[in-house]
Design a binder for this molecule. Sequence first.
Ligand code: TIU
Length: 222
Amino acid sequence: MASVQAEPYEFTFDPRSCALLIIDMQRDFVDPGGFGEALGNDVSLLRRAIAPIRKVLDAARRKGMLVIHTREGHRADLSDLPQSKKLRGRLKTGIGDAGPMGRILVRGERGHGIVDELKPAAGEPVVDKPGKGAFYATDLDAMLHHRGIRQLVVCGVTTEVCVQTTVREANDRGYDCLVLEDCVASYFPEFQAAALKMIKAQGGIFGWVGDSARFLEGLAGA
Ligand code: TIU
């Protein structure tokens, strides 16, 4: 068993029944010249998470933990893209349109891919999700269930959108989530702070919040 100093109290887990879940570290959100930046966001705020996630990823791989990556995106024919999502934002260049790195958030396009620094290794499942939450319209729950996973260590972007939605979905399905605060990021620092507060509020109503250093220390002692 591993024990990680976290809030609101220590998070204990067995690396065999705990998975590392890395949410949407895709070029379109994180890289300069991608969709996120085209929307006027400062991607450097998101890029700060890359190095700490890399350390956590390396350690999880060494321990033999299950590592799962997600990508937000749609089929090339956009048949899984709700009209509401397509129209929202009134963007001149939106989902499915030709963007700086191929068609925006379309599977198989360069911008939809995971950044080189966090490239999935052979054998690590990559979950393609059409929504913000990683459980909606995906086989993630089945995958976790069949591997006997009960707890998740969650990293990725953005904290208040895809990360928080996924943590809420996981919570309702009976999974414990530890969110590593330096391994999640937002274009909006105030949303990052608020989302982390919500997760650990009221004694951990949705889960736990820790950081990469404390996680690595805990995992080393497992
Ligand atoms: N991955 C993820 O959070 N997708 C988003 O749409 N994020 C925003 O912040 N919009």
